[in-house]
Design a protein around this ligand. Structure first.
Ligand code: 6GU
Length: 254
């Protein structure tokens, strides 16, 4: 996957190469990341990339000519790439969308700055718009890095042998079960016995149930949108009975 980022701050993207899985994916050529400076495509001698908005108002708008030049340059080099603009008005980026993107040979990610980008850019030169959440950033750069990170870890081989994207939160549709490592006892808190039992069936059932309980408590909305396994329904039914017994006990006692 070739990521081409169009930005006024190309140096920000060196942060992705400091270490970890993204750096390794670049070194093994599973991905490439090229940050292109939109200012290089300014059409005047002073490198001006923004201007005052027509109709008045505060803030500056990114001019269309430098952006169009940068996008056409990137598309010429990567004709197969899908072009996405990072903007708070975009479709909410989630794991389902992250899973669709490794299907493209390349992604061209356009980072807006200032108060916005001239509307004619997204109309004519962009395939889609993405937002990473309902809050406002000073620019699309951090959002582009979020997209690069989330997509790269789904590219086959990127996570390395022992890790798997299949077991993650959101891939199972549930939050991840609690993890423990040595020591067995840390500041008086013990690792659950089942994890030391060597009984892989029991461990796998415990983990699934821990995921269900954690999701129920922290993100109940996720349980409504997911197909559950038959064993899950038995477990939830058992929880329901426990809860009903407790409620009845306390309401008749009072
Ligand atoms: Cl993609 N850009 C900006 N500026 N703010 C955002 C965003 C993007 N996603 C959430 N907030």
């Amino acid at each position: 996957m070739d990521f081409t980022v169009l930005t006024l701050f190309p140096e920000m993207f060196s942060a992705l190469l400091v270490g970890g899985i993204i750096k390794r994916a670049v070194e093994s050529r599973r991905i490439s990341i090229e940050a292109i400076d939109i200012r290089d495509f300014a059409t005047d001698r002073h490198g001006i990339v923004d201007d005052r908005p027509y109709g008045g108002g505060c803030g500056m708008v990114m001019k269309p000519e430098p952006l169009a030049g940068a996008i056409r340059h990137a598309k010429k080099r990567h004709p197969e790439a899908y072009t996405l603009m990072l903007t708070p008005q975009g479709r909410l980026f989630d794991q389902a969308l992250a899973r669709e993107l490794p299907g493209y040979a390349g992604l061209i990610l356009i980072c807006g700055r200032y108060e916005g980008v001239d509307e004619r850019i997204s109309q004519d030169l962009v395939d889609g718009e993405l937002s990473i959440g309902d809050y406002v950033l000073t620019g699309g750069e951090l959002a582009a890095m979020v997209v690069i990170d989330a997509v790269t870890r789904l590219i086959p081989g990127a996570l390395g042998g022992e890790q798997s994207a299949e077991e993650d939160s959101f891939s199972t549709g549930l939050l991840e079960y609690p993890q423990y490592t040595r020591p067995r006892s840390f500041e008086g808190v013990h690792v659950p016995d089942v994890l030391l039992s060597g009984d892989h069936g029991a461990i796998s059932r415990w983990r699934r149930q821990a995921s269900l309980i954690r999701t129920l408590l922290k993100r109940p909305d996720l349980l409504l949108g997911q197909p559950l396994r038959p064993g899950d329904m038995e477990f939830l039914e058992k929880l329901r009975q426990h809860i009903e017994t407790i409620i009845e006990k306390h309401s008749t006692a009072s």
